[in-house]
Ligand binder design. Structure first.
Ligand code: HEC
Ligand code: HEC
Ligand code: HEC
Ligand code: HEC
Ligand code: HEC
Ligand code: HEC
Ligand code: HEC
Ligand code: HEC
Ligand code: HEC
Ligand code: HEC
Length: 319
């Protein structure tokens, strides 16, 4: 630094100022050279970023982004520079194969701001799955497209059921572990993916639930619980997660608690009929439920239709 003359220092500070003002590299008016695209597109880049390079770029050509014949693909237009931005200055050799200027890079460690990275991808992917991208939990925590997606590999691990869980678990280890519990949705067997329930790109509902409400989500696969039923059970219509943990639970059937405690969160024993329904009339008495009826399936020994009933006399969810 100390050997630089004042003129160079002024120039450098101008450049720093300019880059602070610039929104994208295209806007760097004082640095025309940077806005220059290389003359031979990908061929220019591949001179240095070849098979021997430490970062393998070539598998991209086996993906949809490498399609030369699809006019929507980056390869059909400015090629590498569609994503990485103008590399006219970057590709000019300096010394020892070192590039002259930086070029747009992706990922949480890259120098390029996350917002700028994302806007590059959204130029082509601003469609329905990402309608709620702006302001979603990931976007507002500065998680970028490239923190989840890899484009320079033949198969993006995020898109396959086998590898998706581990990719999400890089940041959500706790949720991954919940799927190892005794009762759980079969995510650990790759029979389900996190994205069967969540839209990581953002959603209308809380917690990135991919449907408009939590119950609609459950109905996607458990349609028989949808109703309408003759006799419904209020909490079931309201929110399945009042009784079920969606990821996993140490209790059977993904229950948040074991009955009778599950039921007693909302129902008191006081006034409950004490004896077994005889079939000839309603049980009488006002004591607490006899202990033996609370063994095994507990309240469900009698109230077997906990999700609601279609039986004409199913009002107490007994049949
Ligand atoms: C003259 C050789 C050369 C050419 C041509 C070249 N690069 Fe590079 N590029 C490099 C080197 C060397 C690095 C490592 C930079 C460093 O370590 O400072 C690099 C780094 C990069 C990076 C990472 C930048 C970062 O900040 O992490 C990207 C992305 C990149 N190049 C893309 C391209 C693209 C796209 C082209 C074509 C427009 C291209 N390169 C052309 C040599 C080259
Ligand atoms: C110039 C437009 C363009 C840009 C920029 C672009 N893509 Fe794509 N992308 C496409 C096209 C076209 C497809 C193939 C879509 C199809 O077949 O329906 C695609 C497919 C994908 C897929 C699905 C791949 C698969 O195998 O199904 C992912 C994931 C993706 N892009 C992520 C990204 C990310 C992340 C970025 C930013 C780093 C990005 N894209 C930038 C055009 C683009
Ligand atoms: C938190 C992780 C995560 C982030 C961040 C993320 N994605 Fe995705 N993306 C996924 C998952 C998971 C899938 C598979 C979804 C599915 O199959 O239902 C996917 C699928 C895609 C697809 C292919 C299917 C489709 O939805 O069209 C494209 C394209 C895509 N993402 C682009 C993007 C872009 C652009 C961004 C940034 C604006 C982005 N993604 C950010 C996880 C992520
Ligand atoms: C669809 C957008 C897209 C296209 C097209 C694209 N890249 Fe990339 N590139 C990325 C993303 C995103 C990353 C970050 C790593 C990843 O997701 O795989 C990256 C990473 C890189 C890196 C490693 C940078 C680092 O941080 O070390 C180099 C080098 C590179 N790309 C060069 C190229 C070259 C050369 C081409 C053309 C053959 C090209 N890229 C085409 C999006 C793209
Ligand atoms: C069967 C559907 C389903 C699957 C599969 C699923 N989730 Fe969830 N997830 C939910 C629901 C529903 C909620 C909301 C829970 C609530 O509001 O009480 C949720 C909540 C979350 C939350 C918010 C914090 C928390 O734990 O409540 C995170 C983070 C999360 N899920 C990540 C994941 C990850 C990562 C995966 C894959 C390993 C995954 N989910 C798979 C349905 C699912
Ligand atoms: C690079 C890290 C990263 C990856 C990878 C990632 N997430 Fe997240 N996720 C976050 C951060 C940061 C938040 C916001 C803080 C929090 O709630 O933990 C978040 C929040 C969430 C939430 C809670 C939203 C809310 O409203 O509370 C869900 C659900 C979620 N992620 C699902 C997923 C799924 C599914 C995947 C894989 C497809 C995934 N995430 C991959 C970092 C990540
Ligand atoms: C993408 C499909 C899908 C969605 C969405 C879904 N489930 Fe499931 N669910 C399954 C599958 C598959 C099983 C396992 C069936 C088996 O093992 O035979 C299952 C099993 C269950 C079980 C029984 C678990 C056990 O230990 O036997 C309960 C309870 C359950 N789901 C509740 C829910 C709730 C509540 C929601 C909404 C938050 C939901 N499911 C959303 C597919 C789904
Ligand atoms: C009041 C608590 C409660 C609510 C709310 C609830 N469930 Fe259940 N669910 C249970 C109990 C208790 C069991 C165990 C039933 C048994 O052992 O016979 C169960 C079992 C299940 C099962 C596995 C056995 C079967 O019947 O297929 C599925 C699937 C299920 N529930 C889905 C749902 C869905 C979907 C919702 C929301 C529409 C929901 N549950 C709401 C208490 C509830
Ligand atoms: C989240 C709170 C909640 C939980 C947990 C819950 N219930 Fe309910 N239950 C209600 C509400 C609210 C009603 C409607 C009460 C009314 O209409 O007066 C109801 C109604 C009933 C009825 C019919 C009562 C009548 O007078 O028609 C029965 C029987 C019943 N619940 C049994 C159970 C059983 C068994 C469990 C445990 C598996 C359970 N409930 C768990 C809230 C809950
Ligand atoms: C031995 C069978 C049996 C068991 C076990 C049982 N119930 Fe009942 N319960 C009944 C019968 C029968 C009725 C209907 C009484 C009526 O119609 O007046 C009833 C009625 C109810 C009602 C409606 C009360 C009312 O005033 O109408 C609720 C709520 C209820 N039970 C909750 C529970 C809960 C919670 C448990 C577990 C702690 C449970 N029951 C265990 C047989 C049983």
């Amino acid at each position: 630094m100390d050997r630089r003359n004042p003129a160079t220092i002024t120039l450098i500070s101008c450049l720093i100022l300019a880059s602070q003002l610039a929104i994208s590299s295209l806007a760097l008016a004082s640095d025309e050279a940077k806005a220059e695209y290389s003359k031979k597109g990908a061929d220019t880049c591949l001179k240095c970023h070849d098979e021997d390079n430490e970062y393998p770029v070539l598998p991209l050509f086996k993906t949809k982004h490498g399609e030369l014949n699809d006019e929507r693909s980056p390869m059909a237009t400015l090629q590498c520079e569609t994503c990485h931005g103008p590399g006219g200055a970057h590709q000019k050799k300096k010394k020892k194969n070192k590039p002259k200027a930086p070029i747009r890079a992706f990922g949480s460690k890259a120098w390029t701001p996350i917002k700028e990275q994302n806007s590059v991808c959204l130029r082509c992917h601003n469609d329905a799955p990402r309608n709620y991208w702006h302001g979603n939990a990931h976007e507002s925590s500065s998680v970028g497209c490239a923190d989840c997606h890899q484009v320079h590999v033949r198969r993006d691990p995020m898109l396959s059921a086998k590898s998706q869980v581990n990719t999400c678990a890089q940041c959500h280890q706790k949720q991954k572990i919940e799927f190892n519990k005794r009762s759980s949705h079969p995510v650990r067997f790759a029979k389900m993916r996190c994205s069967d329930c969540h839209n990581p790109h953002g959603s209308f509902d809380d917690k990135l639930i991919k449907t408009a409400t939590k119950n609609q989500l459950c109905f996607l696969c458990h349609a028989e619980k949808r109703g309408p039923l003759l006799w419904s059970h209020a909490p079931v219509t309201e929110d399945c997660t009042l009784c079920h943990s969606p990821h996993g639970s140490t209790y059977s059937n993904l229950l948040v608690k074991r009955p009778p405690l599950l039921c007693q969160q909302c129902h008191s024993q006081a006034g409950h009929p004490a004896t077994l329904y005889s079939g000839t009339g309603l049980p009488t008495g006002s004591g607490t439920i006899q202990r033996k009826f609370l063994l095994g399936r507990s309240c469900l020994n009698c109230h077997s239709q906990v999700h609601g009933s279609n039986h004409p006399s199913g009002v107490k969810l007994l049949r």
